[in-house]
Design a protein around this ligand. Structure first.
Ligand SMILES: [Zn+2]
Length: 417
């Protein structure tokens, strides 16, 4: 009996220990199409992301970036575990594969659950979230006011490459490429306070190290028509030593879409070439069957605006097309405290229903360009003089607010350069 009793107790112990040491590590993969995502330091409302954070929302992370993801505590639930998964896309980008890379518990502070991590990837990459709740299933509590912050170790300086593509003669006010470049550099330095713009290099697409022969110097280049890739991604990355840190501003004859002056990704990915590394600018703007030759002031203003998008700034007020492109109607303004927004734009969007759909933010799942909206009067908008106002107005822009510059500085520090 004694032996049996002992065996029983031992057996029970082993069973219990077994239970405790049993691998409770549940991997909860993203289970939807990753339609919603966050990029660092964005202050917009992002309700759609909040809604899908538990089931799979993407985040864009950079090598050596220090990040926090946080949202409001739901006191009816225990804090969920944040799982982060590295995402790789299939070659035709129709499917993705995920591999869990982090499993994090939050710290609670001022009514928020805060998850901190450092990204140890070697390249910019997409990760996705899931939230593990009680019972090893997707967290069922409310997720509100999600915020994704990041800071990186890289310098607050960068250079510009003005990549002259195809035939370029002069701007409407008679500037050649050299004079345009030096005026552009001065304007960037004035607008991007607290950031050092080291220099501007003039490049010619026909001399690109890997795209030789595809961009003849004697032909006006129409972005979106002369080749399919409106962003001309293959013209990013001029790899001579020491110029890796340059942002590639691709200057074309025009963008072949009515009223579009420039294009940028909303939050680019890198300063080293490839997809999401270029900003596109036209010397002309398409206007129906004709085109308007642009003054250097307008080209430069567009370059500064698009570069704002590249480093993660939204329009002060979202256009209907921006919201559509980002799949989120809660983010009708940029959420930055010291910028205004304008109700008129929402009405303008609705009044244009059925008209051509344009946004200059080429979102990752594509975002838009600076838009020429014709005669509509936006000058009464309190944000009309901000450089990130979505439309061209008759007043010249004042520049960025402190809140916008802070966001750009933080994001620039995340970009490997
Ligand atoms: Zn824009």
């Amino acid at each position: 009996m004694k032996t049996w009793g002992l065996t029983f107790i031992l057996g029970l112990l082993i069973l219990l220990l077994g239970c405790y040491s049993e691998d409770k590590d549940v991997i909860l993969s993203p289970d939807n199409g990753l339609h919603y995502g966050l990029y660092p330091n964005d202050r917009a409302k992002n309700d759609s992301v909040s809604r899908y954070l538990a089931y799979g929302a993407y985040i864009l992370v950079q090598p050596n970036g220090s990040y926090t993801l946080s949202f409001a505590v739901d006191s009816s639930f225990l804090p969920p575990v944040l799982q982060l998964h590295r995402i790789t896309l299939s070659e035709n980008k129709t499917r993705y594969f995920s591999k869990r890379v982090r499993s994090l518990k939050p710290v609670e502070k001022e009514g928020r659950w805060i998850y901190s991590f450092i990204c140890e990837e070697s390249d910019p990459i997409m990760w996705a979230t899931t939230l593990l709740g009680e019972g090893d299933t997707y967290y069922q509590g409310k997720v509100n006011n999600v915020f994704f912050e990041g800071d990186g170790p890289y310098s607050k300086s960068f250079s510009l490459n003005l990549v002259v593509t195809g035939l370029f003669e002069e701007t409407a006010d008679g500037l050649n490429e050299k004079r345009l470049a030096s005026k552009m550099l001065a304007a960037f330095r004035k607008s991007y306070e607290g950031i050092t713009i080291d220099t501007i290099y003039i490049r010619h697409a026909e001399n690109h190290p890997t795209a030789t022969g595809r961009y003849p110097a004697d032909e006006p280049w129409l972005a979106g028509k002369s080749s399919d890739d409106v962003m001309l991604s293959e013209l990013g990355g001029w790899t001579e030593p020491g110029v890796y840190e340059a942002l590639d501003l691709v200057l074309v004859h025009r963008i072949d879409q009515n009223g579009i002056l420039g294009y940028s990704p909303l939050f680019g990915e890198n300063l080293g070439g490839g997809e999401h590394s270029t900003v596109v600018l036209g010397v002309y703007m398409k206007k129906g069957n004709s085109e308007e030759h642009l003054h250097s002031d307008r080209i430069i203003e567009t370059a500064i605006h698009e570069t704002g998008h590249f480093f993660g700034l939204r329009h002060t007020t979202s256009t209907l097309e921006d919201m559509r492109a980002l799949n989120d109607y809660s983010s009708f303004e940029d959420g930055i405290e010291d910028t205004e927004w304008c109700e008129k734009i929402l009405f303008y969007g609705l009044s244009q229903k059925g008209a051509s759909k344009m946004s200059d933010v080429f979102v990752r799942r594509p975002f838009v360009p600076k838009i020429y909206a014709g005669v509509f009067d936006f000058d009464g908008c309190p944000d009309a003089s901000n450089i990130m106002f979505p439309y061209v107005t008759s007043s010249s822009p004042d520049g960025f607010s402190d809140g916008q510059l802070d966001l750009v500085r933080r994001n620039l520090s995340l970009f490997l350069h």
